[in-house]
Design a protein around this ligand. Structure first.
Ligand SMILES: [Zn+2]
Ligand SMILES: [Zn+2]
Length: 105
């Protein structure tokens, strides 16, 4: 259950109908169902995924050699890390030893 503080916009996680305390401003309020994700929040989530170890398992794999163990398969995903005119960065993560590296294109 994900919710947003009505006063500061911080994400609040709680059960529907329960009183939850906002981690941002401390305001207490009832959690309610909402499917409306603001663009701002979506962007923040994406940024967190870049360096998140747990989320990379959902990425597709590609035949690329791991520089660490020589395994020939790695998860891959791309990310625009800086300004829009910068080239995107490709991330790889070895399916065998879980070594992670990136490539600038
Ligand atoms: Zn708040
Ligand atoms: Zn490896």
């Amino acid at each position: 259950m994900v919710d947003f503080c009505s006063s500061c916009g911080t994400i609040i996680i709680g059960k529907k109908g329960e009183n939850v305390k906002c981690p941002g401003c401390g305001a207490e309020q009832k959690a309610k169902t909402t499917m409306a994700f603001s663009e701002k929040v979506e962007k923040k989530k994406e940024l967190e995924i870049i360096d998140s170890d747990k989320s990379s398992e959902v990425h597709p794999t590609t035949p690329v050699e791991c520089p660490k163990c020589g395994n020939m398969e790695a998860y891959y995903w791309t990310k625009q890390t800086r300004a829009g005119d910068e080239p995107e960065t490709q991330f790889f993560k070895c399916t065998a030893c879980r070594h992670q590296w990136r490539e600038y294109r």
